[in-house]
Ligand binder design. Structure first.
Ligand code: AMP
Length: 259
């Protein structure tokens, strides 16, 4: 909900302003590591009431559980390399087949390669023919300057318990090192170390950024948002207004009823 300064409230306070959409939608949050995909996903979840599907979170969960998948991918993830297309395609396929994705979902960190992008388009089309309702896709490209990313990510912390993201500069916790919501000690991701981060950014440049051309060619709903200088709340306001623009106001049933 916007306050007098035009900022939105923290994620946990957004539920009253929730705006369920009227037709299924697949939001693809696209951008380099550190562009704010995780934070914006959480705002979108609160607003649209559709689940976030973060391939990074799913893969980290396998590592945390120490299962066969986790053991197989651990070294690649620690080095900042991408894991196999086959594995992430399978994880996404299984996840979007679950009933909570019927009204749509937010893809955070997927697709990241041309093979994944093609598979994603196939999955969305197949979902449409099995449910009779194909989720229309919208790509949101968060554009951020390289130097801003390096600064931003070196201050990044996460709550290991509830997943809330903090940043020493743009979103500090009330008490240094402690989660505002549950009091856990904040940690930082091992792959946010500067050498690993540089490798992740190099991978992004090589394998992922070129997908923008794929999206330009296959989707007429590509939103580009400058996520460099503004606060996360201001970026979210921009995303909301752009989304309303491309989807049309009639997608937003509750908002319309209130208007
Ligand atoms: P993220 O949390 O999205 O920054 O992802 C963290 C790490 O998980 C990446 O550096 C990759 O090792 C792996 N990963 C996440 N998503 C993908 C994907 N779509 N394809 C391949 N590897 C991925």
């Amino acid at each position: 909900m916007a306050n007098a300064a035009g900022a939105v409230a923290p994620v946990g306070e957004l539920s009253e302003a929730a705006t369920p959409i009227t037709t299924p939608i697949a939001i693809i949050l696209f951008g380099s590591p550190g562009s704010g995909k995780g934070t914006q996903s959480k705002y979108l979840v609160e607003w649209l009431k559709i689940p976030q599907i973060s391939t990074g979170d799913m893969l980290r969960e396998h590592i945390r559980q120490g299962d066969a998948i986790g053991l197989a991918i651990m070294d690649r993830m620690r080095a900042g390399s991408l894991v196999s297309d086959e594995l992430v395609n399978q994880l996404v396929f299984e996840r979007i087949s679950q009933p909570d994705c019927n009204r749509g979902f937010i893809l955070d960190g997927y697709p990241r390669t041309p093979t994944q992008a093609e598979e994603m388009m196939r999955l969305l089309a197949a979902r449409g023919s099995s449910t009779g309702k194909s989720p229309g896709e919208v790509v949101i490209h968060l554009v951020v300057d390289y130097n801003v990313i390096i600064t931003r990510m070196s201050g990044r912390r996460v709550c290991p318990k509830c997943g809330t993201l903090y940043n020493a500069v743009s979103r500090p916790p009330k008490v240094v090192g402690i989660c505002d919501l549950d009091g856990s000690s904040l940690t930082f991701r091992e792959d946010d170390r500067e050498d690993v981060l540089r490798e992740r950014l190099a991978q992004y440049e090589r394998q992922t950024r070129p997908l923008i051309e794929f999206f330009r060619a296959t989707s007429d709903r590509l939103i580009e948002v400058d996520a460099s200088r503004e606060t996360p709340e201001a970026v979210f306001e921009r995303i909301k207004s752009e989304l309303r623009g491309v989807l049309g106001q009639n997608q937003f049933g509750q908002d319309r009823a209130r208007a």
